[in-house]
Design a protein around this ligand. Structure first.
Ligand code: FMN
Length: 267
């Protein structure tokens, strides 16, 4: 991927070893990185499902060579396996509305650990109004956008800080919108994994425990095990990757989640 990767990426898809796509949250720009050069396309719609269609159309019509050159860390066998695998869409919800959120950095670093058949997007939650039953008659557009994104996702990863030994209000608000009306609860049967970081030694552990309880009540299939992280220097490298000390720990957790998604999501 290009070294000048934009910040605040809300969707990312690896089309092939030669093509990758990034959608920048602030500008609604789609960055196409194809054969070592980056083009920027202004989007009129930032719905991940529409972008996914656009990307697959791009790849089949104008995309890079149909016989991509072998990348340094992949074998022809691995590439063949990859091309026959189903693609899964993972929505990554960041439980912080802070511009410089450390948990957003963590979420983007985790996305880099995922295999190529897992596409990610970052549904926005900071523009959802406070939940109010009075708004149910005509749900605000931002709420419909959010619930559509979660409904369309095969699985959800929540990366959250801890606020007063619980989850931040901005995240709880998004969960509440998704849970109503009860017969349209978007969390029901959804594979969910939970992680997050805080500067304290307990690494957002209690927020995660509380969140696990809520997601269970909402009917999600929550990945077992725990992934608490203390946000300290070196957790994320200058290149935006998980640092050496926690790399294997986080990767194993995500490998287990990918394997759960593959088992639960029927194609
Ligand atoms: C209202 C509030 C309450 C907080 N409570 C906790 C807490 O209970 N435990 C903890 O470890 N950190 C707590 N923190 C610190 C946050 O974890 C820290 O600010 C973290 O970096 C926020 O994540 P972000 O960088 O992704 O926004 C709290 C911060 C705020 C603003």
């Amino acid at each position: 991927m290009a070294t000048d990767k934009p910040r605040n990426v809300i969707a990312e898809q690896k089309g092939s070893p030669e093509a990758a796509f990034l959608l920048c949250r602030e500008t609604s720009s789609l960055f196409l990185h194809v054969a070592k050069s980056t083009q920027t396309i202004q989007l009129i719609d930032n719905n991940p499902a529409i972008i996914a269609l656009f990307i697959s159309d791009y790849l089949s019509n104008n995309g890079p060579s149909k016989q991509p050159s072998q990348s340094a860390n992949s074998s022809p066998d691995a590439e063949r396996r990859q091309s026959t695998m189903s693609t899964y869409h993972l929505a990554i919800i960041v439980g912080s509305n802070r511009l410089e959120s450390t948990n957003r950095q963590l979420a983007e670093a985790i996305a880099k650990l995922l295999p190529g058949h897992i596409e990610v997007s970052y549904p926005q939650i900071d523009d959802l109004p406070l939940y109010n039953l009075d708004l149910e008659g005509e749900r605000p557009a931002s709420v419909n956008r959010f619930t559509d994104e979660i409904r369309a996702a095969d699985a959800v990863l929540i990366v959250t800080p801890e606020h007063n030994r619980s989850l931040p209000a901005v995240l709880k608000n998004a969960l509440d919108w998704g849970s109503k009306p009860m017969d349209k609860n978007v969390w029901f049967d959804k594979p969910v994994a939970i992680t997050g970081a805080s500067p304290g030694a307990m690494g957002a552990a209690l927020a995660q425990q509380h969140l696990r309880q809520i997601m269970g009540i909402l009917g999600s299939v929550v990945l077992g095990g725990e992934a608490y992280l203390q946000f300290r220097p070196g957790l994320i490298t200058e290149n935006g990757e998980i640092g050496e000390d926690s790399h294997q720990f986080v990767k194993s957790y995500m490998d287990r989640f990918v394997s759960l998604i593959e088992k639960l999501v029927q194609r």
